[in-house]
Structures are given as C-alpha cells and as structure tokens.
Design a protein around this ligand. Structure first.
Ligand code: C5P
Length: 233
C-alpha cells in the first residue's frame, strides 16, 4: 500500500504571534514547513505528500517544497499543495480530496510538530501495515490532569497512568479516515473522528521531539534542539 502524508499547515499561528502563518515562521533560518517536510520524506516510505496551506500562501508553500532536498534520499515523492479550511478537520478534509488512486495508507501530520523524527513516521506506518486500521503516537502524561468546569471548579482527576498525550503523525487505512470525515464533523485530532464512528484506535510510542510548536517558548526549545541536540549539524 502506498503511503500519503497530509501535512496540515493552514493554521494562522496567532498564538505564535509571528505575523505570518505558523508554517512559514522561521526556525534556525528555515520555515517550520521545511523542517516538517524533512521528517515526512526522511522515512523514505512516503510516495505522496499533500501540503494543506493557507489559501493566501499556496505559492509560498510550493516554493518551500521545491527547495526541500528530496533527491538526497532517492525517493520520487509526488507533491500537491491545496488550500485549507476553517478549522483543522476541514483542512484535513481538503487534503483527503487531493488523494490519488494509489494512496492506501494515510498519515495526517501537523506542520507545527516540525521536528517529529523520521523514525516516528516509520513506527506509525509499520503499525498500520501490521494490521492496525488507526494508529496514534502517545506519550505518558507527566502533569496530573484535572477536569474542570467554566468556573475552575475541579470535577474529576483521572488516573494519570491511563492518560496519554497524543501527537501526530496519526496513521490510517484510507477508507477508515475517509469514513470518519464523511459527515464533515470536527475534532481536535483525526483519531477522535474515527472513535466517533466506532473505529478502534491504537497507541504506539510517541517521541518527545514531536512536540507541537505553539508558543514562542516552544520555538526557543526547537531552536535549542536543532543547535545542540540530535539535529545539530
Ligand atoms: O490549532 P492546532 O494547534 O490544533 O493546529 C494543529 C495543526 O493544524 C497545525 O499544524 C495547523 O497548521 C493546522 N491547522 C490547519 N487548518 C486550520 C487550523 C489548523 O491546517 N484551519
């Protein structure tokens, strides 16, 4: 089965306050989108990438993709750029509309998780190939999590050992993800939509480097990782 990655990059990035869509915010001299693309194609198993960009920035997204060193890894990756929607789920749906007939396994990845390593993509793809129809990477939660109401009153404290912080890339058999999106519902992740229609979702080990760049603090952390960490060089 061919693997396609829908890279959702149509967020406005208001929380980052960079004045440009987050996908184009610079990180060590390159836009977040370039870093994210490197992780996506770096696993060497992706045949097709659909970048879902803000409608106002389609050409910029194409330019970033054209500069990505795809030839370095010897993979002939097909690239499409499409315009996103009003929320994340609508942007994923726009990406689904751009799938090609050969695409059988669909990964959905947030551009904001720009430093997700290639091995995380490999782990998710392998789990789907091994027979799991819906796979999400997850990490143990280190904070105690409480359910609160609008007044800040604590309603419950779920047992932390059963909680996971869920990341992307999330991987699906194509028909499973298409069915989950068929009614146009919204959720904060794609597995949530699969769960709503009764699908089974499995968690595989996440990776701390797949954290979501949301704030300027996250950008500083990402910069430090690139300069001093395993990505240095
Ligand atoms: O808003 P949130 O942090 O959940 O966004 C996660 C990802 O979804 C980001 O990579 C963002 O670019 C993308 N997104 C999108 N279209 C939207 C909103 C968010 O592609 N309308």
């Amino acid at each position: 089965l061919n693997v396609v990655v829908i890279l959702v990059a149509a967020g406005s990035g208001v929380r980052l306050d960079a004045g440009i869509p987050k996908a184009f915010a610079p990180l060590c001299g390159e836009p977040l989108l370039a870093h994210a693309l490197r992780g996506v194609v770096g696993c060497g198993q992706v045949a097709h990438v659909v970048i879902v960009a803000p409608g106002s920035h389609l050409q910029q997204a194409r330019d970033v993709a054209d500069q990505c060193p795809r030839v370095d890894i010897g993979v002939d990756v097909c690239l499409d750029v499409v315009a996103g929607g009003a929320d994340r789920s609508a942007s994923v749906a726009a990406g689904l509309a751009a799938l090609r007939p050969d695409d059988g396994i669909v990964l959905v990845h947030d551009v904001a998780r720009a430093l997700a390593p290639a091995e995380l993509f490999t782990r998710v793809i392998q789990a789907v190939r091994a027979g799991q129809p819906a796979v999400v990477p997850g990490l143990a939660v280190t904070d105690t999590v409480k359910v609160v109401d609008a007044q800040g009153r604590v309603l419950a404290t779920p047992d932390r050992t059963s909680l996971r912080g869920i990341q992307t890339p999330q991987g699906f058999l194509r028909e499973v993800l298409e069915r989950a999106h068929a009614d146009g519902a919204s959720a904060t992740d794609d597995a949530g939509l699969v769960e709503r229609v009764g699908g089974h979702v499995r968690v595989v080990a996440g990776d701390p480097r797949a954290f979501k760049v949301t704030s300027r603090l996250d950008l500083a952390f990402a910069t430090a990782l690139l300069q001093d960490g395993p990505y240095a060089g």
